[in-house]
Ligand binder design. Structure first.
Ligand code: KQY
Length: 381
């Protein structure tokens, strides 16, 4: 893997005084991509496109949304998306903007920069989800160029869905994913932390163990837990000891209860009961185009469903609707946890069938003009 990248900034974000803000802070807008490939999205991606359009519409009530679309799909996407949502030509292999987009950075002096992570389709040729992924690899650079923002090129493979921060110096990560040898073979925790300190501007790490059961990303944190505010985390939960998620969530709960954030605070943990269990149906699996290039999706497979996979918009929270038996309860809990936000539910089963949720298909652009205070001790002097 060559580290030379013409056009990338020298140095590192922390060294230059930049850091990743929390998603619950103010945004300038949101980026998404358009689902197109018929081997990952059933019925030639029609139902998924309707679901993505509904997510874009919901977010656009709170902040501007732009959707990257392959040139061949531009006219159809324009016709399906509401007029206030921007459509931008942007080639991609699949549509997970959280993972292939840039991680935006802020500074005390205002402005925006971005990190362009290395991407290997969640595991490379051994265990990754599709190939090739060269167009996805370029999406972050393309978005930063369209935003006219400078770019740092990171030396590690990681995805945006594997990272949550509180914006005050703390990162929340899952070992199953971030330390998985299918991303950065041979890289140990200490080296990973050193790189993330430099590229996220954090100083404290809260490591959870395993992610959501059967999550094809190898346990992205954005499906398991997220910060609701500094010192406050929401965790996907089940009370059923027979469910394979039970031990995973319990262990995460114990680790969170023993953790301190970068400011020395204990973490308050809110449990968010998960939907289901949910499974792919025969009809859903049959609607996929056969392909050698993409992970097969079979009827009866457990879906990695989680209500934690929501998106914070300015003044809003856009959550996935996944199970009529539990949607209202989850919405009620999120309303209680985030009383200053309007909580909007969007049907998200079609997104889940492709392997992710609403958080996975979005990428916030932080407000470049909001006053900011640099997080505590981002790096040793
Ligand atoms: O960020 C996420 N959790 C993305 C899920 C990607 C799934 C790929 N099929």
């Amino acid at each position: 893997m060559s580290l030379l990248d013409v056009g990338a900034l020298p140095g590192t974000p922390a060294g230059d005084g930049w850091w990743m803000p929390a998603e619950f802070e103010a945004h300038e807008g949101c980026w998404m991509l358009w689902p197109e490939r018929p081997d990952n999205w059933r019925e030639r991606a029609g139902p998924a496109q309707a679901a993505f359009a509904a997510v874009a519409e919901a977010i656009s009530r709170f902040e501007p949304v732009r959707v990257g679309v392959s040139p061949a799909h531009a006219a159809a996407a324009r016709a399906q998306l509401p007029p206030q949502v921007g459509v931008v030509a942007l080639a991609h292999d699949d549509c997970w903007m959280r993972d292939v987009g840039p991680t935006f950075l802020v500074s005390e002096r205002g402005g925006l920069r971005g990190v362009h992570w290395r991407f290997n389709a969640w595991g490379g040729l051994e265990g990754g989800l599709y190939h090739p992924w060269d167009q996805d690899e370029r999406v972050a650079a393309e978005v930063l160029s369209l935003e006219a923002r400078p770019r740092y090129r990171a030396p590690i493979v990681i995805e945006g869905g594997a990272i949550h921060v509180d914006g005050e110096g703390t990162a929340l990560l899952a070992e199953e994913c971030v330390l998985n040898p299918n991303r950065n073979p041979g890289m140990r925790r200490e080296r990973m932390e050193a790189v993330l300190r430099e590229y996220l501007g954090v100083s404290q790490f809260i490591w959870l163990g395993l992610g959501v059961y059967n999550d094809e990303t190898d346990g992205h944190i954005d499906n398991l837990a997220c910060f609701l505010a500094p010192g406050k985390v929401c965790l996907t939960w089940t009370d059923d000891p027979a469910d394979p998620q039970y031990q995973r969530s319990r262990e995460a709960w114990e680790r969170l209860n023993g953790a301190r954030d970068a400011r020395g605070r204990r973490i308050e943990v809110a449990k968010l009961p998960m939907p289901g269990p949910l499974y792919m149906s025969e009809q859903e699996s049959q609607g996929l185009a056969p392909s050698e290039a993409c992970k097969p999706r079979r009827a009866g497979e457990r879906l990695a469903a989680s209500y934690v996979n929501f998106y914070f918009a300015n003044g809003g929270l856009v959550m996935p609707l996944l199970d009529a038996r539990t949607d209202a309860q989850a919405a009620g809990i999120l309303r209680r946890l985030c009383p200053d936000r309007e909580v909007i539910g969007v049907p998200a089963r079609e997104i889940l069938l492709g392997g992710g949720g609403i958080h996975c298909i979005t990428q916030q652009v932080p407000d470049s003009r909001a006053p900011r205070v640099r997080p505590v001790a981002p790096r040793a002097a």
